[in-house]
Design a binder for this molecule. Structure first.
Ligand code: BG6
Ligand code: MG
Length: 210
């Protein structure tokens, strides 16, 4: 392995609660039922696909324009919440593991569905840290499609077979597997049948990537 591609939300930092609060505010406004279980289904899923999942709980049909406006409304609340993030939201375990992997000579990249990736990296003090960032702004198909990871490998000038993808979402493990990557899973991602390495915590990468 020459490079490691990290998912952002749920791997490098934790934005689940901000996504939940912003979607909940939108759902309440439109009278749509929303809970933590539905929020868990949004992991790794793009903003518009997330909205479609939320709208499963209503019979009302919304036009494409209305859906764009709803997604923009959610994102505006979400971005306000992201402003509360700071380098304190980057754990010592994650930072010291990343530093050690870099010291061992691995190229490090991000592969995230989020269009807010660069803002989040800036908030947590990793704005210039990674060798490449592939995110929701450079893809047309979200995970489980492998596009976001294939782009990251292309940016790094490495073959997929030489990169490890680190993920917390089952959709991300599927994307890694379909793209020809090895994968390391955290949390529910360990349950995916195609996951290569199951991790208990981020620092397990130091055993996987010797
Ligand atoms: C992923 C999150 O990283 O980004 C998803 O796991 C989210 O929950 C997706 O829907 C898109 O995020 P954004 O910031 O572009 O709305
Ligand atoms: Mg994730």
């Amino acid at each position: 392995m020459k490079a490691i591609i990290f998912d952002l939300d749920g791997v490098i930092c934790f934005t689940d609660k901000y996504h939940y609060n912003a979607w909940k505010e939108l759902a309440d406004k439109y009278g749509i039922y929303f809970d933590e279980e539905i929020n868990n289904r949004l992991r790794g899923v793009s903003r518009m696909d997330s909205l479609d999942i939320i709208l499963e709980k209503t019979d009302k049909k919304y036009s494409a324009e209305e859906k764009e406006a709803m997604a923009a409304e959610k994102n505006a609340s979400y971005v306000e919440l992201l402003k509360e993030m700071s380098p304190k939201d980057l754990s010592d375990e994650v930072k010291s593991t990343l530093d050690e992997l870099r010291r061992r000579g691995y190229k490090l990249a991000i592969g995230s569905s989020s269009k807010n990736t660069k803002m989040i990296l800036g908030q947590i003090g990793l704005g210039d840290y990674f060798d490449a960032v592939s995110d929701g702004t450079n893809i047309t198909k979200s995970k489980p499609d492998p596009e976001v990871f294939l782009k990251a490998a292309e940016f790094l000038k490495e073959d997929a077979s030489e990169c490890l993808v680190v993920e917390d979402a089952k959709a991300g493990i599927q994307a890694a597997s379909d793209g020809g990557f090895k994968s390391a899973g955290l949390g529910e991602a360990t349950e995916h049948p195609s996951v290569t390495y199951k991790m208990n915590g981020f620092k397990d990468l130091l055993e996987i990537c010797k």
